[in-house]
Design a protein around this ligand. Structure first.
Ligand code: PHE
Length: 339
């Protein structure tokens, strides 16, 4: 029995020394010191011993137990320390390492200027409203005084979904939709995409953007139109901008005009940018035709209004000296990064 105890002690100490993790250590503890462990098994046989042998073996057994317990304690402390160190090493953060580069997106130049224009009109008390790009022929043409076979349809040839549905050629149908829904006073702008079946070149695109404007109230006159648009141009291009109005024709305004801005490059002298004109056309406008008001259930005897429509691409090209409209739609990163 003495030998058995010595063997347990040697085996236990050896196993504990080799043990390299806390889980295995726990298992060894159970194996040697547990209720069903090896040491207990020996102690259960103590009854068989003689009266002289019992205290000797008892003392030896106690020694073996405390040696093993001591060893378990030391190993536990050592292993806990080791595991903590490993965890700390694994979780170490090198704060001097370079960070991951974050790609920040930017606004497209069209959006950039569109936002600026919206801001200017919001400041003058206008609402921004939306309209459909796939539009009824009625709203795009008929209600705007452009019946089928009207020559004005020639300049706005578009893509037909069917006889009554077209891709809108202008944002002007939003005038009609707004007047049908709202009662005066009305003060809105409506930016959005429009479509024409034009071939793509440096100054034409089958898809482009317009910003429509509409004001209807009692006593609105041509001077309100001129004042509002002049103020807008000065906010967008600077206080020293000069505008001029030329008579023009649109079926849905009467009288009608086109507004030019004096060329920022040559100040009216004529240069390459304004194609020798000295002026650059930026929008069409006029007093809302009485028939259009009537089409929308607004009494032209009581109310009057003005409307305008400008091409966004032109305004942006002028603003950033971009000489080809195709740049806007090609998504070339080298172009877009410049704004
Ligand atoms: N819709 C016209 C165009 O596309 C512009 C316009 C709008 C003219 C409003 C007058 C009033 O050419």
């Amino acid at each position: 029995m003495k030998q058995a105890l010595e063997q347990i002690k040697t085996a236990a100490v050896e196993a504990l020394e080799k043990c390299d993790n806390l889980k295995a250590l726990e298992e060894l503890k159970v194996k040697y010191l547990g209720k069903k462990g090896e040491l207990t098994a020996i102690l259960k046989q103590m009854g068989k011993l003689s009266a002289e042998e019992r205290p000797v073996i008892g003392q030896l057994a106690n020694e073996v137990r405390s040696t093993i317990e001591e060893e378990v304690k030391t190993r536990t402390a050592a292993l806990k320390e080791k595991e903590l160190e490993e965890q700390l090493a694994a979780e170490k953060i090198d704060v001097t390492m370079p960070g991951k580069k974050f790609q920040v997106g930017k606004k497209h130049p069209l959006t950039l200027v569109m936002d600026e224009i919206k801001e200017i009109f919001l400041g003058m008390g206008f609402d921004v409203v939306d309209g459909p790009e796939v539009e009824l022929d009625y709203y795009n043409f008929e209600a705007l005084n452009i019946p089928k076979n009207h020559p004005a349809r020639d300049t706005q040839d578009t893509f037909y979904i069917n006889d009554n549905v077209v891709m809108r050629t202008q944002t002007s149908p939003v005038q009609v939709r707004t007047m049908e829904k709202r009662k005066p006073p009305i003060r809105i702008i409506s930016p959005g995409r429009v479509y024409r079946s034009d071939a793509l070149d440096a100054t034409h695109s089958p898809v482009f953007h317009q910003i429509e404007g509409l004001v209807v109230d009692k006593g609105i006159t041509m001077s309100d139109l001129k004042g509002t648009l002049e103020m807008f141009v000065k906010s967008l291009y600077g206080e020293d901008s000069v505008v001029r109005f030329r008579p023009h024709h649109f079926p849905f305004t009467e009288p009608s005009a086109e507004m030019d801005v004096m060329c920022f490059n040559c100040h009216g002298e004529g240069c390459r940018i304004c194609k020798g004109e000295g002026w650059i056309e930026i929008l069409g406008a006029g007093m809302v035709h009485p028939k259009v008001l009537q089409n929308c259930g607004i009494d032209p005897e009581e109310y009057s209004g003005f409307a305008f429509g400008m091409g966004l691409e032109r305004v942006v090209m002028r603003r950033f000296a971009i000489d080809d409209i195709r740049m806007f739609f090609e998504n070339d990163q080298r172009f877009l990064d410049q704004f």
